[in-house]
Design a protein around this ligand. Structure first.
Ligand SMILES: Cc1cc2nc3c(=O)[nH]c(=O)nc-3n(C[C@H](O)[C@H](O)[C@H](O)COP(=O)(O)OP(=O)(O)OC[C@H]3O[C@@H](n4cnc5c(N)ncnc54)[C@H](O)[C@@H]3O)c2cc1C
Length: 373
Protein backbone atom coordinates (compact mmCIF):
# COMPACT_ATOMS: atom_id res chain seq x y z
CA UNK A 1 0.00 0.00 0.00
CA UNK A 2 1.18 3.53 -0.70
CA UNK A 3 1.40 5.32 2.67
CA UNK A 4 1.07 8.67 0.87
CA UNK A 5 -2.54 7.99 -0.24
CA UNK A 6 -5.69 7.86 1.93
CA UNK A 7 -6.44 4.29 3.03
CA UNK A 8 -10.14 4.57 2.01
CA UNK A 9 -9.09 5.29 -1.63
CA UNK A 10 -6.65 2.42 -1.63
CA UNK A 11 -9.26 -0.09 -0.46
CA UNK A 12 -11.60 0.96 -3.27
CA UNK A 13 -8.99 -0.16 -5.79
CA UNK A 14 -8.35 -3.55 -4.19
CA UNK A 15 -10.28 -6.69 -5.08
CA UNK A 16 -10.26 -10.10 -3.44
CA UNK A 17 -8.22 -12.63 -5.40
CA UNK A 18 -9.64 -15.73 -3.67
CA UNK A 19 -13.27 -16.90 -3.31
CA UNK A 20 -14.91 -14.83 -0.56
CA UNK A 21 -15.72 -17.91 1.52
CA UNK A 22 -12.06 -19.03 1.65
CA UNK A 23 -11.40 -20.25 5.21
CA UNK A 24 -8.67 -17.95 6.49
CA UNK A 25 -7.01 -18.42 9.90
CA UNK A 26 -5.05 -15.64 11.57
CA UNK A 27 -2.71 -16.47 14.46
CA UNK A 28 -2.55 -13.59 16.98
CA UNK A 29 -5.02 -10.80 17.78
CA UNK A 30 -2.42 -8.06 18.23
CA UNK A 31 -2.25 -5.03 15.91
CA UNK A 32 -0.98 -7.22 13.06
CA UNK A 33 -3.70 -9.87 13.34
CA UNK A 34 -6.57 -7.46 13.86
CA UNK A 35 -5.40 -5.18 11.02
CA UNK A 36 -5.21 -8.22 8.72
CA UNK A 37 -8.72 -9.27 9.82
CA UNK A 38 -9.97 -5.72 9.23
CA UNK A 39 -8.48 -5.60 5.73
CA UNK A 40 -9.89 -9.02 4.82
CA UNK A 41 -13.36 -8.04 6.09
CA UNK A 42 -13.18 -4.82 4.03
CA UNK A 43 -12.40 -6.89 0.95
CA UNK A 44 -15.49 -9.02 1.62
CA UNK A 45 -13.95 -12.22 2.99
CA UNK A 46 -16.59 -13.85 5.20
CA UNK A 47 -14.89 -16.88 6.71
CA UNK A 48 -12.05 -15.43 8.77
CA UNK A 49 -11.08 -16.72 12.26
CA UNK A 50 -8.53 -15.13 14.56
CA UNK A 51 -6.88 -17.33 17.22
CA UNK A 52 -5.39 -15.54 20.23
CA UNK A 53 -3.69 -17.21 23.17
CA UNK A 54 -4.45 -14.48 25.73
CA UNK A 55 -7.80 -13.56 27.22
CA UNK A 56 -7.84 -10.24 25.39
CA UNK A 57 -6.87 -8.61 22.11
CA UNK A 58 -4.18 -5.97 21.44
CA UNK A 59 -0.96 -7.98 21.82
CA UNK A 60 1.98 -5.81 22.88
CA UNK A 61 -0.21 -2.70 22.63
CA UNK A 62 -1.56 -3.53 26.06
CA UNK A 63 -3.06 -1.07 28.53
CA UNK A 64 -3.67 -1.80 32.19
CA UNK A 65 -5.57 0.01 34.92
CA UNK A 66 -3.51 0.84 38.01
CA UNK A 67 -5.13 2.76 40.86
CA UNK A 68 -7.89 4.05 38.59
CA UNK A 69 -5.64 5.26 35.74
CA UNK A 70 -4.94 3.62 32.39
CA UNK A 71 -1.28 2.98 31.54
CA UNK A 72 0.06 1.73 28.21
CA UNK A 73 2.68 -0.91 28.80
CA UNK A 74 3.80 -1.43 25.20
CA UNK A 75 2.66 0.58 22.21
CA UNK A 76 1.71 4.04 23.37
CA UNK A 77 3.15 6.95 21.39
CA UNK A 78 1.83 7.71 17.93
CA UNK A 79 2.88 10.24 15.32
CA UNK A 80 0.58 10.81 12.32
CA UNK A 81 3.39 10.07 9.84
CA UNK A 82 4.49 6.87 11.54
CA UNK A 83 1.11 5.23 11.93
CA UNK A 84 -1.36 6.28 9.18
CA UNK A 85 -3.22 2.97 9.49
CA UNK A 86 -3.74 3.39 13.24
CA UNK A 87 -5.08 6.91 12.69
CA UNK A 88 -7.43 5.52 10.03
CA UNK A 89 -8.65 2.75 12.36
CA UNK A 90 -9.13 5.26 15.17
CA UNK A 91 -11.29 7.43 12.89
CA UNK A 92 -13.40 4.45 11.83
CA UNK A 93 -14.01 3.36 15.42
CA UNK A 94 -14.54 6.85 16.85
CA UNK A 95 -11.45 6.57 19.09
CA UNK A 96 -9.95 9.81 20.35
CA UNK A 97 -6.35 10.87 20.87
CA UNK A 98 -4.76 13.10 23.46
CA UNK A 99 -1.66 15.14 22.77
CA UNK A 100 1.44 14.52 24.83
CA UNK A 101 2.95 17.98 24.47
CA UNK A 102 2.75 18.56 28.23
CA UNK A 103 5.14 15.64 28.70
CA UNK A 104 8.70 16.68 29.39
CA UNK A 105 11.66 15.07 27.57
CA UNK A 106 14.68 15.02 29.86
CA UNK A 107 17.95 13.34 30.63
CA UNK A 108 18.14 11.92 34.16
CA UNK A 109 21.09 10.84 36.26
CA UNK A 110 20.29 7.45 37.77
CA UNK A 111 22.42 8.08 40.90
CA UNK A 112 21.35 11.62 41.81
CA UNK A 113 17.87 11.75 40.27
CA UNK A 114 18.76 15.18 38.80
CA UNK A 115 17.36 15.86 35.34
CA UNK A 116 17.83 18.37 32.54
CA UNK A 117 15.59 18.98 29.53
CA UNK A 118 16.60 17.79 26.09
CA UNK A 119 16.45 20.34 23.30
CA UNK A 120 14.61 18.14 20.85
CA UNK A 121 13.72 20.89 18.38
CA UNK A 122 17.34 22.10 17.96
CA UNK A 123 18.58 18.58 17.55
CA UNK A 124 15.93 17.74 15.02
CA UNK A 125 16.62 20.86 12.95
CA UNK A 126 20.20 19.66 12.47
CA UNK A 127 19.07 16.55 10.56
CA UNK A 128 16.22 18.11 8.58
CA UNK A 129 18.23 18.85 5.44
CA UNK A 130 19.69 15.32 5.40
CA UNK A 131 16.20 13.88 5.97
CA UNK A 132 14.77 15.91 3.07
CA UNK A 133 17.65 14.91 0.79
CA UNK A 134 17.07 11.22 1.55
CA UNK A 135 13.32 11.67 1.09
CA UNK A 136 13.91 13.04 -2.43
CA UNK A 137 16.11 10.08 -3.26
CA UNK A 138 13.48 7.74 -1.78
CA UNK A 139 10.77 9.24 -4.03
CA UNK A 140 12.65 8.36 -7.21
CA UNK A 141 13.39 4.84 -5.98
CA UNK A 142 9.70 3.90 -6.31
CA UNK A 143 9.91 1.99 -3.01
CA UNK A 144 8.47 2.68 0.43
CA UNK A 145 9.85 2.94 3.95
CA UNK A 146 13.31 1.70 4.84
CA UNK A 147 13.50 -0.22 1.58
CA UNK A 148 13.43 3.08 -0.32
CA UNK A 149 16.72 4.27 1.21
CA UNK A 150 18.40 0.98 2.07
CA UNK A 151 20.72 1.11 -0.94
CA UNK A 152 22.30 4.46 -0.13
CA UNK A 153 21.95 4.72 3.67
CA UNK A 154 23.09 1.27 4.73
CA UNK A 155 26.24 2.33 6.63
CA UNK A 156 26.08 2.23 10.41
CA UNK A 157 24.60 5.45 11.80
CA UNK A 158 27.74 6.98 13.42
CA UNK A 159 29.89 6.53 10.31
CA UNK A 160 27.09 7.55 7.95
CA UNK A 161 26.49 10.78 9.86
CA UNK A 162 30.20 11.50 10.17
CA UNK A 163 30.53 11.19 6.39
CA UNK A 164 27.71 13.74 6.13
CA UNK A 165 29.40 16.32 8.32
CA UNK A 166 28.00 15.48 11.78
CA UNK A 167 30.37 15.26 14.75
CA UNK A 168 28.04 12.80 16.51
CA UNK A 169 24.54 11.42 16.34
CA UNK A 170 22.09 14.15 17.48
CA UNK A 171 21.07 13.31 21.04
CA UNK A 172 17.29 13.52 20.75
CA UNK A 173 17.37 11.39 17.59
CA UNK A 174 19.50 8.72 19.27
CA UNK A 175 17.50 8.71 22.51
CA UNK A 176 14.11 8.86 20.81
CA UNK A 177 15.12 5.94 18.61
CA UNK A 178 16.43 3.78 21.46
CA UNK A 179 13.55 4.59 23.81
CA UNK A 180 11.10 3.56 21.08
CA UNK A 181 12.49 0.03 21.34
CA UNK A 182 14.28 -0.04 17.97
CA UNK A 183 17.77 -0.76 19.34
CA UNK A 184 20.92 1.34 19.81
CA UNK A 185 21.84 3.72 16.98
CA UNK A 186 25.47 2.50 17.03
CA UNK A 187 24.23 -0.87 15.74
CA UNK A 188 21.78 0.45 13.17
CA UNK A 189 22.21 1.24 9.48
CA UNK A 190 21.24 4.90 9.00
CA UNK A 191 18.25 3.86 6.82
CA UNK A 192 16.43 2.75 10.00
CA UNK A 193 17.25 5.93 11.91
CA UNK A 194 16.24 8.03 8.89
CA UNK A 195 12.86 6.30 8.77
CA UNK A 196 12.36 7.00 12.47
CA UNK A 197 13.36 10.66 12.06
CA UNK A 198 11.16 11.12 9.00
CA UNK A 199 8.07 9.55 10.54
CA UNK A 200 8.28 10.15 14.28
CA UNK A 201 10.20 13.32 15.03
CA UNK A 202 8.18 15.85 13.10
CA UNK A 203 4.72 16.82 14.31
CA UNK A 204 2.83 16.15 17.49
CA UNK A 205 2.99 12.93 19.42
CA UNK A 206 -0.23 11.51 20.71
CA UNK A 207 -1.64 8.59 22.64
CA UNK A 208 -5.07 7.01 22.53
CA UNK A 209 -7.47 8.29 25.16
CA UNK A 210 -8.40 5.31 27.31
CA UNK A 211 -5.25 3.43 26.28
CA UNK A 212 -4.16 1.54 23.20
CA UNK A 213 -6.11 -1.60 24.12
CA UNK A 214 -9.38 0.36 23.88
CA UNK A 215 -8.81 0.82 20.13
CA UNK A 216 -8.24 -2.90 19.56
CA UNK A 217 -11.30 -3.79 21.62
CA UNK A 218 -13.45 -1.46 19.53
CA UNK A 219 -12.07 -2.99 16.35
CA UNK A 220 -12.78 -6.45 17.70
CA UNK A 221 -16.40 -5.49 18.38
CA UNK A 222 -16.87 -3.92 14.95
CA UNK A 223 -15.40 -6.77 12.89
CA UNK A 224 -17.63 -9.43 11.33
CA UNK A 225 -14.90 -11.95 12.13
CA UNK A 226 -14.70 -14.76 14.67
CA UNK A 227 -12.05 -13.90 17.26
CA UNK A 228 -11.29 -16.72 19.68
CA UNK A 229 -9.32 -15.59 22.72
CA UNK A 230 -7.77 -18.06 25.18
CA UNK A 231 -6.87 -20.21 22.18
CA UNK A 232 -3.17 -20.98 21.91
CA UNK A 233 -1.90 -22.38 18.64
CA UNK A 234 0.39 -25.31 19.33
CA UNK A 235 1.08 -26.74 15.89
CA UNK A 236 0.38 -25.85 12.27
CA UNK A 237 0.66 -28.38 9.47
CA UNK A 238 0.21 -27.43 5.84
CA UNK A 239 -0.27 -29.55 2.72
CA UNK A 240 -1.16 -28.65 -0.84
CA UNK A 241 -4.88 -28.61 -0.01
CA UNK A 242 -5.34 -27.06 3.42
CA UNK A 243 -3.92 -26.10 6.81
CA UNK A 244 -4.53 -27.97 10.05
CA UNK A 245 -4.11 -26.04 13.28
CA UNK A 246 -3.88 -27.69 16.68
CA UNK A 247 -4.67 -25.38 19.57
CA UNK A 248 -5.60 -25.62 23.21
CA UNK A 249 -8.19 -23.60 25.09
CA UNK A 250 -8.00 -22.19 28.61
CA UNK A 251 -9.01 -25.55 30.11
CA UNK A 252 -6.19 -27.30 28.28
CA UNK A 253 -8.59 -28.97 25.88
CA UNK A 254 -7.34 -29.58 22.35
CA UNK A 255 -9.10 -27.91 19.45
CA UNK A 256 -8.48 -28.60 15.78
CA UNK A 257 -9.16 -26.03 13.06
CA UNK A 258 -9.02 -26.46 9.28
CA UNK A 259 -8.28 -23.51 7.03
CA UNK A 260 -7.44 -22.90 3.37
CA UNK A 261 -4.97 -20.13 4.18
CA UNK A 262 -3.12 -19.10 7.31
CA UNK A 263 -1.63 -15.75 8.39
CA UNK A 264 0.92 -15.54 11.22
CA UNK A 265 1.41 -12.33 13.15
CA UNK A 266 3.62 -11.18 16.02
CA UNK A 267 6.88 -12.83 16.98
CA UNK A 268 5.84 -16.40 16.29
CA UNK A 269 8.37 -18.77 17.90
CA UNK A 270 10.41 -20.01 14.98
CA UNK A 271 13.46 -21.55 16.57
CA UNK A 272 16.00 -20.20 14.15
CA UNK A 273 15.27 -16.51 14.70
CA UNK A 274 17.91 -14.25 16.23
CA UNK A 275 17.54 -11.90 19.20
CA UNK A 276 19.20 -8.47 19.14
CA UNK A 277 22.08 -8.13 21.63
CA UNK A 278 21.85 -11.78 22.64
CA UNK A 279 24.47 -14.39 21.83
CA UNK A 280 23.46 -16.73 19.02
CA UNK A 281 21.62 -19.72 20.40
CA UNK A 282 23.43 -23.05 20.22
CA UNK A 283 20.21 -24.98 20.24
CA UNK A 284 19.62 -27.06 17.16
CA UNK A 285 16.95 -25.98 14.78
CA UNK A 286 13.64 -27.71 15.49
CA UNK A 287 11.47 -25.71 13.11
CA UNK A 288 10.30 -28.72 11.17
CA UNK A 289 9.04 -30.42 14.30
CA UNK A 290 8.09 -27.27 16.21
CA UNK A 291 4.99 -25.11 16.02
CA UNK A 292 5.04 -24.99 12.26
CA UNK A 293 6.19 -27.04 9.32
CA UNK A 294 8.57 -24.74 7.53
CA UNK A 295 10.21 -25.17 4.13
CA UNK A 296 13.78 -24.30 3.16
CA UNK A 297 12.92 -20.90 1.65
CA UNK A 298 10.91 -19.86 4.73
CA UNK A 299 13.69 -21.10 6.98
CA UNK A 300 16.19 -18.94 5.12
CA UNK A 301 13.86 -15.94 5.18
CA UNK A 302 12.99 -16.17 8.89
CA UNK A 303 16.62 -16.72 9.86
CA UNK A 304 17.20 -13.11 8.74
CA UNK A 305 14.61 -11.78 11.17
CA UNK A 306 16.04 -10.30 14.34
CA UNK A 307 13.75 -9.94 17.34
CA UNK A 308 14.31 -7.12 19.80
CA UNK A 309 13.67 -8.03 23.41
CA UNK A 310 12.28 -4.79 24.87
CA UNK A 311 10.04 -4.66 27.88
CA UNK A 312 8.36 -2.47 30.47
CA UNK A 313 8.61 -2.70 34.24
CA UNK A 314 6.07 -0.85 36.36
CA UNK A 315 7.25 0.41 39.74
CA UNK A 316 5.60 2.32 42.55
CA UNK A 317 8.29 4.65 43.95
CA UNK A 318 7.87 6.83 47.03
CA UNK A 319 9.66 10.19 47.11
CA UNK A 320 9.57 11.04 43.39
CA UNK A 321 6.05 12.46 43.35
CA UNK A 322 7.38 15.92 42.40
CA UNK A 323 8.98 14.75 39.16
CA UNK A 324 6.93 16.23 36.29
CA UNK A 325 5.09 14.08 33.78
CA UNK A 326 7.37 13.01 30.97
CA UNK A 327 10.02 10.77 29.51
CA UNK A 328 13.39 10.56 31.22
CA UNK A 329 16.37 9.02 29.46
CA UNK A 330 19.23 7.35 31.35
CA UNK A 331 22.19 8.68 29.32
CA UNK A 332 24.70 6.25 30.81
CA UNK A 333 22.70 3.25 29.57
CA UNK A 334 21.39 4.89 26.38
CA UNK A 335 24.84 5.53 25.00
CA UNK A 336 26.28 2.12 25.63
CA UNK A 337 24.72 -1.06 24.21
CA UNK A 338 26.93 -3.19 26.49
CA UNK A 339 24.83 -2.02 29.44
CA UNK A 340 21.85 -3.91 28.05
CA UNK A 341 19.64 -5.09 30.91
CA UNK A 342 19.57 -1.67 32.62
CA UNK A 343 16.60 0.61 31.93
CA UNK A 344 17.22 3.10 29.10
CA UNK A 345 14.24 5.29 29.92
CA UNK A 346 11.61 5.98 32.52
CA UNK A 347 8.20 7.56 32.18
CA UNK A 348 5.96 9.35 34.59
CA UNK A 349 2.62 8.93 32.91
CA UNK A 350 0.41 11.06 35.13
CA UNK A 351 1.19 13.87 37.55
CA UNK A 352 0.49 13.35 41.26
CA UNK A 353 1.15 9.62 41.13
CA UNK A 354 4.00 7.44 42.34
CA UNK A 355 3.77 4.98 39.44
CA UNK A 356 6.74 4.89 37.02
CA UNK A 357 7.34 2.86 33.90
CA UNK A 358 10.87 1.71 33.05
CA UNK A 359 11.98 0.40 29.66
CA UNK A 360 14.85 -2.04 29.18
CA UNK A 361 16.42 -4.20 26.50
CA UNK A 362 17.23 -7.86 27.05
CA UNK A 363 18.10 -9.00 30.55
CA UNK A 364 21.14 -9.70 32.67
CA UNK A 365 21.42 -13.20 31.24
CA UNK A 366 21.68 -11.67 27.77
CA UNK A 367 24.34 -9.24 28.99
CA UNK A 368 26.52 -12.05 30.26
CA UNK A 369 25.97 -14.10 27.15
CA UNK A 370 26.67 -11.23 24.78
CA UNK A 371 29.61 -9.53 26.42
CA UNK A 372 31.35 -11.85 28.88
CA UNK A 373 33.25 -13.91 26.35
C1 LIG B 1 7.88 -1.89 25.57
C2 LIG B 1 7.30 -1.59 24.20
C3 LIG B 1 7.02 -0.29 23.84
C4 LIG B 1 6.47 -0.01 22.60
N1 LIG B 1 6.14 1.28 22.28
C5 LIG B 1 5.50 1.56 21.13
C6 LIG B 1 5.02 2.88 20.85
O1 LIG B 1 5.16 3.79 21.67
N2 LIG B 1 4.36 3.10 19.68
C7 LIG B 1 4.13 2.08 18.80
O2 LIG B 1 3.50 2.31 17.75
N3 LIG B 1 4.56 0.81 19.02
C8 LIG B 1 5.24 0.54 20.17
N4 LIG B 1 5.64 -0.74 20.45
C9 LIG B 1 5.51 -1.75 19.41
C10 LIG B 1 4.12 -2.35 19.26
O3 LIG B 1 3.64 -2.78 20.52
C11 LIG B 1 4.25 -3.54 18.29
O4 LIG B 1 4.77 -3.05 17.06
C12 LIG B 1 2.94 -4.23 17.98
O5 LIG B 1 2.30 -4.66 19.15
C13 LIG B 1 3.21 -5.44 17.07
O6 LIG B 1 1.98 -6.02 16.73
P1 LIG B 1 1.89 -7.52 16.25
O7 LIG B 1 0.46 -7.81 16.04
O8 LIG B 1 2.83 -7.72 15.12
O9 LIG B 1 2.49 -8.40 17.45
P2 LIG B 1 2.00 -8.54 18.96
O10 LIG B 1 1.56 -7.24 19.50
O11 LIG B 1 3.07 -9.28 19.66
O12 LIG B 1 0.73 -9.49 18.84
C14 LIG B 1 0.87 -10.87 18.60
C15 LIG B 1 -0.29 -11.60 19.25
O13 LIG B 1 -0.14 -12.99 18.95
C16 LIG B 1 -0.49 -13.72 20.12
N5 LIG B 1 0.16 -15.03 20.04
C17 LIG B 1 1.48 -15.31 20.13
N6 LIG B 1 1.70 -16.63 20.03
C18 LIG B 1 0.49 -17.19 19.86
C19 LIG B 1 0.04 -18.55 19.71
N7 LIG B 1 0.90 -19.57 19.73
N8 LIG B 1 -1.29 -18.77 19.57
C20 LIG B 1 -2.18 -17.72 19.56
N9 LIG B 1 -1.81 -16.44 19.72
C21 LIG B 1 -0.50 -16.18 19.86
C22 LIG B 1 0.05 -12.86 21.25
O14 LIG B 1 -0.60 -13.19 22.48
C23 LIG B 1 -0.30 -11.46 20.76
O15 LIG B 1 -1.58 -11.04 21.18
C24 LIG B 1 6.21 -1.05 21.68
C25 LIG B 1 6.49 -2.38 22.05
C26 LIG B 1 7.02 -2.65 23.30
C27 LIG B 1 7.28 -4.11 23.68
Amino acid sequence: MDPGKPIEDQFLKLHPCLPLNTRIGIVGAGPGGLSAAYALAKLGYNNVTVLEKYHTVGGMCESVEIEGKIYDLGGQVLAANSAPVIFHLAKETGSEFEEMDSHKLALINSSTGKYQDIKVADDYVSVISLTLELQDRAKVSGRFGIHAVSEFASDLTPSYLEAHGFKCVPQSVAYGYTASGYGFVQDMPYAFVHEFTRTSMAGKIRRLKGGYTSLWQKIRESLPVEILCNTEVLAVRRNSVNVTVNAKDINGETKIFYFDKIIFTGAFPFNNRKTYLAAPSNSTDHCETGVMDIDQLEKEMFSKVETIDYYTTVLKIKGLEDIPMGFYYFGEYMNDPTTVGHPVAMQKFFSETDIFLFWSYGNSVDVKRAYCH
